[in-house]
Design a binder for this molecule. Structure first.
Ligand code: DP6
Length: 340
């Protein structure tokens, strides 16, 4: 089986460790087909943030049931993996969802007669504006498969099989199995090549002003928006155009498409019944600065937002100086980035 890029997959007799990265979508997965497990209404395209990882360790033992606890850095050392871990916070609801998905995976891999302690943690802080659900569900899927290969040696799954299983826990996690670019269509998830192989990533962390609606809830609520009519066709058209732009190195065109795409998603949020939203004063300040930069220099980063107030920027390697200049202009906001 082809491994995830930079994948850590280490096992002993009763413990298994795996890791997976998050990804940032440029064409968004927003809206699901009814009665199916995270089957999207439109295709999406993402860039994988390979340097960021969620680690999952599974320990099998004489436990009465599965449980989740935080993975400590010291345990990582047992596997000779050196990385700094942060205190991942999992709500009670989040824990239940995670463990329910683990039960589903155990059944699928015929190891549901065993109980485990599931330990997980991220090498990025929880408040850095990068949602960890994609990396968490992908890493849990890989770790479970690792355990299954020991406990049920007959099992034989491909990377694609694992991505499809992971999708059923959290849709966007299926894109974390490929790198650097992943396209996810209704029933296909695959790596796609563009000349931009390695991008600089910045996320501006902005205070949230509104009560959070989870992305799973957002998928349901947007069906009540009138703007949702035509959403599928708009997203598919943008995907086609974005792929063409990225292939032809038309960076500005790519920026325009991605900019329109995240505003489209946020407009769906605000026109749902009842409306909800993530855009805050700080988000608008950052967005205005980035738009003005584009207006002035006819160049800039690709900008996007997820279901949250934070702003993600992707730069080409030759835009490093520009990335630093923009960061200075936005010095009131904390920034988290993948380069020095
Ligand atoms: C706005 O994958 O978090 O980040 O399938 O219910 O777990 P579930 O939803 P999730 O949705 C991600 C939404 C998004 C856009 C994207 O990543 O494509």
């Amino acid at each position: 089986m082809t491994m995830l890029k930079n994948q850590v997959e280490i096992s002993s007799k009763d413990r298994w460790l795996a890791s997976a990265p998050p990804n940032i979508a440029l064409i968004k997965y927003m809206g699901k087909k009814p009665q199916l497990r995270n089957v999207p209404t439109n295709s999406s395209l993402s860039y994988t943030l390979d340097h960021l990882r969620t680690y999952v360790e599974l320990e099998v033992g004489d436990f009465s049931k599965d449980d989740w606890v935080l993975l400590e850095s010291s345990l990582l050392m047992n596997f000779a993996v050196e990385d700094q871990l942060f205190g991942l916070e999992l709500s009670e609801k989040g824990k239940i969802r995670y463990l329910e998905f683990f039960s589903f995976l155990k059944k699928k891999m015929n190891i549901d007669n065993y109980n485990f302690i599931v330990r997980s943690n991220n090498n990025f802080p929880g408040d850095c504006g990068i949602a960890s659900s994609a990396s968490s569900f992908a890493a849990l899927t890989v770790a479970t498969y690792s355990a299954a290969k020991t406990l049920n040696p007959e099992i034989d799954l491909s990377l694609d099989d694992l991505a499809h299983l992971s999708r059923q826990g959290s849709g966007s996690s299926c894109r974390s199995f490929y790198s650097p670019w992943t396209q996810w269509e209704e029933s296909e998830i695959y790596q796609i090549d563009f000349p931009y192989k390695s991008l600089l990533h910045q996320v501006y962390v902005v205070e949230s002003e509104k009560k959070n609606v989870s992305s799973s809830e957002a998928h349901k609520r947007i069906t009540s928006s009138l703007l949702n009519q035509g959403r599928e066709a708009r997203a598919e058209e943008r995907l086609k155009n974005l792929c063409r732009s990225l292939k032809q190195l038309s960076w500005k065109e790519a920026f325009c498409i991605v900019w329109a795409e995240f505003w489209d998603m946020h407009a769906l949020f605000e026109t749902s019944h009842p409306p909800f939203g993530y855009m805050s004063k700080g988000s608008l300040r950052v967005l205005t600065c980035l738009r003005k930069h584009w207006e002035e220099f006819d160049d800039g980063p690709i900008v996007t937002m997820d279901a949250g107030p934070n702003i993600h920027c992707l730069y080409r390697d030759d835009q490093r100086k520009m990335a630093e200049k923009i960061q200075k202009e936005l010095k009131d906001f904390s920034v988290y980035k993948n380069y020095e």
